[in-house]
Design a protein around this ligand. Sequence first.
Ligand SMILES: Nc1ncnc2c1ncn2[C@@H]1O[C@H](COP(=O)(O)OP(=O)(O)OP(=O)(O)O)[C@@H](O)[C@H]1O
Length: 591
Amino acid sequence: MSQRTGSLKTSPKPPTRRVGLMSEFGRFAPNRVFFAMLAGMLSGGLYALAIPLILDAINPPSGGLSYLDGNVGYFLGFKINQGPLAAFFALFCLVILITRAASAILAARISLELSSNLRQRLCKGIVQSSYPRLEEIGQARLMVAVTDDVRRIIGGAEAVPQLMINTVMLISLLGFLWYINAHVFIFVLEAVVFGVLTFHVPMLFATNYFRRARDLYDTLQKGVNGLILGVKELQLDQQKRNEYFDKILSPCERELLKVEKRAISTISAANSYGDLLFFMVIGVIAFIFVNYHQVSATDLTAVVMVLLYITAPIALIINSLPKISMAIVSLRKVKSTLGELPERIDVERPTCHRAWDTINFVGASYRHSGGKTQDGFFVGPLDFTIRKGEITFIVGGNGSGKSTLCKMLSLHYPPSAGDVRFDGKIVDTECIEDYRQNIATVFSDYFLFDRLLGPINDEKLVLARHYLQALAIDHKVQIEGGIFSTTDLSDGQRKRLALVVAFIDDKELYLLDEWAADQDPEFKRVFYMNILPELRARGKAVVVVSHDDRYFHIADQILIMEDGKIVERRYSDGAPVERLMVAVATATVSE
Ligand SMILES: Nc1ncnc2c1ncn2[C@@H]1O[C@H](COP(=O)(O)OP(=O)(O)OP(=O)(O)O)[C@@H](O)[C@H]1O
């Protein structure tokens, strides 16, 4: 393929960048993230201040906040000590409530918006991606990214305010500790640093386990897809069913369970260690530390109270870490998947609107990506012309490359060499989208939406009714407000409905891959004798993959494929117009 069209090829996989949850959030909504953090910090700081307030209430004459001390009073019939201090405490709690709720609500909303944004970017990326790239990434990975990963990111993001509030609380409590007794503060700080460092080691292991579990999850999803889609076949054969479970599902499930168990066990052990650490610190202070440093009884009470209080934020920080860790793994997966998809915003493009009468394949070829051990199937080099107002049949044995050729013609597979030309103009990245707009298909692996997509007008509806009638499904399916009354149809009926959908769009090229294969003789006749000639009469280019030699005579051109090459081209009278030597073609493939 020429250099211009070479740009249609899929780009190499981008390297995975390190992605942080907070940096991602910061980039997404910097102002709101700032306010959420500010509110979280304020609430954490105020939480910590509750301790001196309570201590002051217990020990009124100890200075500090004791100026708020007052007489016993009554409120709503309740006897209240130190009225002003109590009122201040209530107000204080209200501010904590507001700041904490504001931080959590803001963070939750940002996380939902970011997740929705990621989901939309993934969906847009999927629809704008080249088809070979999607085949490379695989359905299972895309499904997990759009569903599970995005859900985990929400879970992790919601844990961030917890982490923030409790971290600030922890810092403030340490500050208060310093205010009470500097020696105790230094000792506790050393314990915290030691605790964080020693806690970080198992967390590194846990994150690795989560990463491995995430990869296994893709494989498991693929297996479950196979199970759901192949349930009919598996139900009919116990041996196959057992093998599917024994060799595919169960090993993956076992491995995933093992890795997840390790991750959870590591985290649980680390959590228990984290919880216990502070009780040990309390014990050391109460039983040993006081023997070496001067600590008054009042200070000791305050210190123990702070240390007991400190265990709660530490436990909450520890609990939020696995969720955040999983969210980071998922975020990296989503970002790496996004990196493999085109990040193209729907901006105004110059429209090509190129009218055409012929499509030429000039030495065009395509290679499928192969398995681990072999090269993928090679189709080409192909040289032929499709004309408007003509019907072209593509025939050939199974696996000869007919569907691949169709996907090259529909511009889903960009040629790896040679050109596809519309009226002599090579298809380039600028115009591929415009050329595609004029192609209607029913692929052998078609998908039937439950509605007519795109603008609907009366003319279209009349055409739809005409084809529903012609294909005898008008008694089964009606179109109400653009939506089909049902798509629960037999395979043949569904395919007929897919044909109706393709026909009512006024496209220039109609590509029908083995449409007639599972139709009754009656509908085959309607298809070949009425519908196809009608399309030709409307000046459409019609390409049909067919095995129905009874109807070959209606074709203007027949391309015969074998092993990825067109080995013969005939006109409808059966006289070969061009015979390509298989040996020559084979030699070209091996180049
Ligand atoms: N997505 C794919 N990835 C890798 N190889 C593929 C892919 N699709 C098809 N192939 C390979 O390309 C070859 C041609 O397949 P293709 O579907 O084009 O043949 P076909 O002539 O349409 O066959 P059939 O008549 O059975 O539908 C096959 O050998 C197949 O293994």
